[in-house]
Design a protein around this ligand. Structure first.
Ligand code: NAD
Ligand code: TDX
Length: 343
């Protein structure tokens, strides 16, 4: 079997490529990635010499390139991770989110239809459901919760999901969709909350927390997400959406304080900065469908997962230090400069 993984040089796609290459030596994994600022071939070092792994550089939104690739490789399964993934960047520059997340998905769907792909899996997000109030802990996102997006990022992901479902209903393309909560773990790009806090705390730098730090995210270790996708592409029912989450709700402040405690750093590093426009209050997944239909169970609690993750960042400094010393430094100054220098 040939599995085309798009966005496999990014955080979750990279972890998924590791998982698949190691677990299924009899299958071939083709990793297609444009290598945007978020793509990093260093992440693929552990698998790059494996005989069942191959990297191709290219853009999922480039129709001719994608059609040629499908003609040549004839993948059996497509798992689409490729996306612009950062909410803050979508607020400053929404256009590229439409281009990659919506148009790119549609090109992959056309190619999958044209070349008779046996399963197209779309990696989506819980952000398509919008947010939940902070004072209603009884509410969770279910697969039938209406789509109600807040940011240009989540709007682009919801649009893509609707195209995926339309290709199932209209053309009978065998699709599945997973909607996962916030991931954390190895190879997470340091623009996102957890690796940002770990890397800056280690350097005794100020830690930007939006608003009052009361927003809640439902954290899942990336390897539990990879297990879920593996199960869904093998045993999930076509045309279905599966929510993925492990009931690990934390306020941002709780997350930051947990990391500081583990690193032995003072809470005085925390700097409350201007809130994100349209900032979603709370995400919380109900994973019952995935658990009961497919027998999925997360291996990590937040406590064991965050410990493993912090240790990974301590053991792999070179991976993230290369990133923060490059073009990312310019992004950081532009994004946070005003807030972190005026106080
Ligand atoms: P990421 O930003 O770390 O990686 C994205 C990858 O896609 C990068 O390697 C990048 O080079 C590649 N890419 C971007 N545009 C491309 C294009 N036009 N063609 C080919 N490749 C392109 O993102 P991530 O955090 O690993 O997220 C992966 C997927 O999972 C995304 O679809 C995201 O919406 C979804 N998701 C993420 C989370 C999370 O917490 N990070 C949670 C749920 C769902
Ligand atoms: O500097 C920061 N300070 C801060 O308080 C950053 C970068 C974030 N935050 C807050 C915003 C959020 O409430 O932390 C929370 C997590 O922020 P991000 O790491 O940017 O993630 P989020 O916006 O929740 O989106 C993530 O989860 C869902 C991923 O980036 C998405 O790709 C995924 O779909």
């Amino acid at each position: 079997m040939k599995i085309l993984v798009t966005g496999g040089a990014g955080f979750i796609g990279g972890n998924f490529v590791h998982h698949m290459v190691k677990k299924y030596p009899e299958h071939t994994v083709i990793n297609l990635d444009l290598l945007t600022y978020a793509g990093n071939l260093e992440t693929l070092k552990p698998v790059e010499d494996k005989p069942n792994y191959k990297f191709v550089r290219g853009d999922i939104a480039d129709r001719r390139f994608i059609m040629d690739l499908f003609e040549k490789e004839r993948p059996d399964v497509v798992v689409n991770f490729a996306a612009e993934s950062h909410v803050d960047r979508s607020i400053t520059d929404p256009g590229i989110f439409v281009q990659t997340n919506v148009m790119g998905t549609q090109v992959l769907l056309d190619a999958s239809k044209e070349y008779g792909v046996k399963r197209y899996h779309q990696v989506s997000t819980d952000e398509v459901y919008g947010d939940l109030p902070l004072d209603r802990p009884d509410l969770f996102f279910r697969e039938d919760t209406p789509l109600h997006t807040s940011s240009p990022y989540s709007s682009s992901k919801a649009s893509a999901d609707l195209f995926v479902l339309a290709y199932y209903r209209t053309y009978g393309l065998p699709v599945t969709i997973s909607r996962c909560s916030n991931n954390y773990g190895p190879y997470h790009f340091p623009e996102k909350l957890i690796p940002l806090i770990i890397s800056r705390a280690l350097a005794d730098e100020k830690l930007p927390v939006y608003g009052k730090g009361e927003n809640v995210r439902d954290w899942l270790h990336v390897s539990d997400h990879c297990d879920a996708i593996d199960l869904i592409i093998h045993n999930g029912r076509v045309g279905e959406v599966y929510n993925v989450g492990g009931h690990n709700e934390k306020t941002n402040l709780e997350v930051v304080k947990t990391i500081l405690k583990a690193l032995g750093k003072p809470e005085s590093l925390i700097e409350f900065v201007t809130d994100r426009p349209g900032h979603d209050l709370r995400y919380a997944i109900d994973p019952t469908k995935l658990e009961t239909e497919l027998g999925w169970k997360p291996k990590y609690t937040f406590e064991t997962g965050i410990r493993q993750t912090i240790q990974w960042y301590l053991d792999n400094r070179e991976w993230w230090e290369n990133i923060i010393s490059g073009e990312y430094a310019g992004y950081f100054d532009k994004m946070y400069g005003k807030d972190l220098t005026t106080k």
